[in-house]
Structure formats: C-alpha cells, structure tokens
Design a protein around this ligand. Structure first.
Ligand SMILES: Nc1ncnc2c1ncn2[C@@H]1O[C@H](COP(=O)(O)OP(=O)(O)OP(=O)(O)O)[C@@H](O)[C@H]1O
Ligand SMILES: [Mg+2]
Length: 263
C-alpha cells in the first residue's frame, strides 16, 4: 500500500513564507515523480490564488463546504467539484468562508479531527499531502496538526521572534499529547534569507542557539529574491518560472532531502 506523508506548513507569524513553501515544495515533489495534494487551509486563500484562481470567494465549492459537510454528516460534493489540478498537483481551495467553518468547529464534538477524517480516505491517491495554514494558532491550525505526520516551520529572519516560535511549539506538544501522538517536527526552514545582512546572521545564530539541540534546522535555506513575487504574479512555481534560480534550486533540494529522510 502507498505510504502517504501529510506535512503541515505552520508558523503563526504572518509572512514567513508558508504559502510560498507549500506551493513550491509541492511543485518540486511532483518534479521528483511524487503525486501531491495541496490543501489551502487559510481563509486568506493565498495558495488558491497561486493556483491561478483569481477570485477564491466566488468558488462554488471550497474547503468551507467540505468541512461543513463533514461536521453535519452530509455527503461531500464529488471530488471533481472541489479538486483543482495544475500539472501533477491537486489542490483543495479555500476562501474567506473557511473562517466560518472555524467558528462552527468550536461547537463540534471531536471537531479537531475533522480534517484528519476528510484526508484519511484520500491518502491512497497521493504520496504527499501538504497543508498550508493561516497565521494563527486557532482551530484551523490545530485541525491541520491533528491530520499531519509532520510539521515544517518556515522562519523569516526579518521577522524572527523566539516567543512566537515557543507558542507554536507548545501547541504542537499539546496536539501530540492529546490528539495525534505520532506528529513530529520536520524541521525549521529559514526563508527569505539575505545571508549578507546582520539581521539574517543574528536571527540564524539565535535559531541555532535555541533549537539546534531539539530540532533539525535545514541546511538548505531559501534565498530572498524578488523573482518569487514575479512567479506568484504569473501563478507559476518559481521552479517553472526560473528553474535555474537559487530559490528554485533550494526548493528542489528541499524536496529531495524530505524524500531521502523518508518524509
Ligand atoms: N524567498 C523569497 N524571496 C522574496 N520574497 C518572498 C520569498 N518567499 C516569499 N516571498 C514573498 O513574501 C510574501 C509572504 O510570503 P508568503 O505569502 O509565502 O508567507 P505566508 O507565511 O504564507 O504569509 P501569511 O502568514 O500571510 O499566510 C509574499 O509576498 C511572497 O511573494
Ligand atoms: Mg500564507
């Protein structure tokens, strides 16, 4: 039977490169021959927009409808209605309505496992499922963690905050104790790195001081490049847009490293 790895990309700080990492990692994994499902689990719908869906709010079916159907035990829409495909990547999109699903989750018995139950039967069709989360530690992020084998934490040196990361790690420990005992931390990925700046050097030094003993800090780092925004603008992965760029090569190497490590 196929072994599927579910990876959540999380950091409750905004703008750390979660969506960019989810999208480009998915693209890189498909380049290596893997079949990938992306889950946009952020009401901002940024990953959905990366997919070229310009107005996520106008989608007839999105993660909101699916989560609600799961919660009310109603039949799900058929996959052709909510799964979008770009090359070898499938996506379940999201829009602002997902924030309503988050409110409904509060009253739901066992609600934190809703996404896990949704994904379980889908696993047989994919090698990797990658979940992009919103910048918060609310019920959506907890649902994502409850459904995951591992969590990858992008850290932007420009926005480094030790307290922020501590809160995220506390939530992961809680989820591991109470809901999903086999979740593990894939590692910390430094994104938007301009290695010449003192800010980068200091943030990277501190990440190592705090976390080197406990987690993997990926040797691969994602360089800062204006080309990332350009690729997003054209709804393309940076790997497709500029395959020889340093960012493209870094994401491709990240995919290879995850595969070698059995993730
Ligand atoms: N390596 C990079 N170099 C330059 N810009 C980047 C890079 N990675 C991401 N960006 C840009 O930084 C911004 C934030 O990135 P992204 O949307 O991936 O972060 P996020 O963590 O998903 O944000 P949010 O918390 O709002 O969901 C985007 O405009 C994106 O294009
Ligand atoms: Mg995002």
């Amino acid at each position: 039977m196929r072994k599927t790895t579910v990876i959540t990309i999380a950091n409750q700080k905004g703008g750390t490169g979660k969506t960019t990492t989810a999208y480009n990692l998915a693209y890189a994994l498909t380049n290596e021959g893997e079949k990938v499902l992306l889950i946009d689990f952020d009401p901002q719908g940024n990953l959905t927009m990366c997919f070229g869906i310009e107005q996520p709010d106008k989608l007839p079916y999105s993660m909101f409808n699916i989560m609600n159907a799961m919660m009310t035990d109603e039949p799900l829409p058929s996959p052709e209605e909510y799964i979008h495909t770009q090359g070898n990547i499938d996506l379940i999109p999201s829009n602002i309505e997902l924030s309503v699903a988050e409110i409904n989750l509060r009253d739901e018995m066992g609600g934190e496992k809703t996404l896990a139950s949704l994904l379980e039967p889908m696993k047989s069709s994919y090698d990797y499922i990658i979940i992009d989360t919103n910048p918060s530690l609310g019920l959506l992020t907890i649902n994502a963690l409850a459904a995951s084998d591992s969590v990858l934490i992008p850290v932007n040196p420009q926005l480094w905050s030790a307290t922020g990361l501590t809160q995220l790690l506390k939530i992961i420990v809680k989820v591991k104790k109470r809901i999903n005992p086999h979740i593990r931390i894939e590692g910390i990925l430094m994104t938007m790195c301009d290695t010449r700046t003192n800010l980068y050097k200091e943030a990277f030094r501190l990440v190592k001081v705090y976390y080197r003993e406990t987690f993997r800090i990926f040797d691969i780092q994602i360089p800062l490049s204006v080309k990332v925004g350009e690729a997003n603008f054209y709804s393309q992965s940076i790997i497709e847009f500029l395959p020889q760029s340093k960012v493209a090569i870094a994401y491709q190497n990240l995919a290879k490293e995850l595969m070698v490590n059995g993730s």
